[in-house]
Design a protein around this ligand. Structure first.
Ligand SMILES: O=C(O)CCC(=O)C(=O)O
Ligand SMILES: [Fe+2]
Length: 432
């Protein structure tokens, strides 16, 4: 038996104990906090063939207004969703026919059947009479509900919230220019995903922030839209309030433990600038994209859970809902594999809305050509999600193509988490 296997087995035992503790208080919570809303919503009319003018009208009104509000709750806007999806399908259909060896066209070919077949999710909000007994596929929650839920459990479906970001833009209608002001040093380089690059080569090329700035500010539409994925987030206080509970701080604790050279210091962390930057960029980042850029189905690497808050533009988010073990395995063996049994669902995020999705969520992002988008996001890990996390990391290490990043160092956090978990259990035992 290797050292790695011993660590894994012990960590699993610790994780099982920890989640048993969390579960004992979570069943009642789920009943009380995520009850289906009694409010009935009007049924959406059947979707029309898209007309950009119709969609424009929806986009103009489809915004979430106002600053931080823990009681704000997202509402379904399926007319906007259907118009956006139909527009995206029409555009992606064209992209799929372009130069077949480019990454953009490959992404379009993978995304097309997913978008053509994806449906509105069943939410905790739907009238119970129509879909009695149906398991929700998406939680629509206000900030209080989301925080209460995530302080105790790790859901197996995404959550949408709104108005959860403390940071506010001077001009909420157009944050992108202000985002560049916050970036300060425009000589720095970022890596930019460009759809016309060949699929068998790197998907990114380096560009200076100045080049990106000039391109975005010119607002010209491009049929080769750039996506700046690995951009550090220059603005403060972006962590959505519902993710500030203790159960959601495992990744921050791993960071502290990794950066703490003495191993037992509760004082200020001293670490090299590079190490700090690496960690800061895992926990907070920005997604800046021209309209029309799409990202094929993947899982976020290292089993991390993710949140993304939309700042500007609309952002189509599709995910495979509650895959069976076989569906997940088939997809991991071939990430371009699609069949009708996969239950793909989608939500079009408006500015001001946040999506949170747990470890291992298979997801895709689609954007229509009309507008640029800016999202601010980050990764977290939950104490209550340790068992799922171990399982996802193990599977990702076996199928490295399934994630958006290199997974060769996949198990690097196991010993640190093992130590943190043992300390936590020791403290809980001492309280009993
Ligand atoms: O913004 C995008 O296109 C992709 C976002 C995403 O899923 C990721 O960065 O992992
Ligand atoms: Fe992702």
């Amino acid at each position: 038996m290797t050292k790695h296997e011993i660590d894994t087995a012990r960590l699993e035992t610790l994780a099982t104990k920890l989640s048993a503790l969390a579960r004992s208080s979570s069943a009642a919570l789920l009943r009380s906090s995520v009850v289906p809303s009694k409010r009935r919503r009007a049924t959406s009319p059947s979707p029309d063939i898209p007309q950009l003018d119709v969609l424009r009208g929806h986009l103009a009104v489809g915004k979430v207004h106002g600053g931080y509000d823990p009681g704000a709750r997202p509402a379904c806007d399926w007319q906007l969703g259907e118009a956006y999806r139909a527009q995206a399908i029409a555009e992606i259909h064209q992209d799929a026919q372009k130069d077949s060896s480019s990454r953009g066209s490959q992404t379009a070919r993978c995304l097309l059947p997913i978008l053509q077949n994806c449906k509105h999710p069943t939410t905790n909000d739907k009238p119970t009479t129509n879909d009695k007994g149906a398991m929700p596929e998406l939680y629509l929650l206000d900030g209080h509900q989301a925080k209460t839920l995530l302080d105790k459990i790790t859901p197996d479906i995404p959550i949408i919230t709104e108005r959860q970001q403390p940071f506010q833009w001077d001009d909420p209608a157009r944050p992108i220019p202000e985002f560049f002001d916050w970036m300060e040093d425009h000589d720095r380089m970022v890596s930019v995903q460009i759809p016309s690059l060949q699929a068998n080569e790197s998907s990114c090329e380096p560009r200076s922030i100045r080049q990106v700035y000039e391109r975005f500010l010119s607002q010209e539409k491009s049929d080769d839209p750039w996506n700046v994925l690995d951009c550090s987030c220059p603005v403060p206080s972006t962590l959505p309030d519902f993710l500030t509970g203790r159960n959601c701080q495992l990744l921050a604790q791993i960071r502290r433990a990794v950066l703490d050279k003495n191993g037992n210091s509760a004082g200020r962390t001293v670490a090299t600038r590079e190490k700090w930057t690496e960690w800061r960029d895992i926990e907070r980042w920005a997604l800046l994209s021209e309209g029309g850029h799409c990202t094929a189905a993947h899982m976020d690497s290292h089993g991390l859970a993710t949140w993304i808050t939309i700042q500007e533009g609309h952002f189509g988010f599709a995910w495979m809902s509650r895959p069976t073990t076989k569906q997940r395995q088939d997809w991991m063996d071939d990430t371009e594999y699609y069949n009708q049994e996969q239950k793909w669902r989608y939500w079009v995020l408006k500015p001001g809305q946040t999506v949170f999705f747990p470890s291992g969520t298979i997801h895709s992002v689609f954007r229509i050509r009309q507008t640029q988008t800016l999202g601010l996001g980050g990764h977290i890990l939950q104490w209550s999600g340790l068992e799922q996390w171990i399982d996802v990391v193990r599977k990702q290490a076996e199928a490295p193509n399934s994630t958006n990043e290199d997974m060769t160092d996949a198990c690097k956090w196991f010993p640190v988490i093992d130590d943190l978990a043992r300390k936590r259990l020791k403290r809980v035992d001492a309280l009993d």
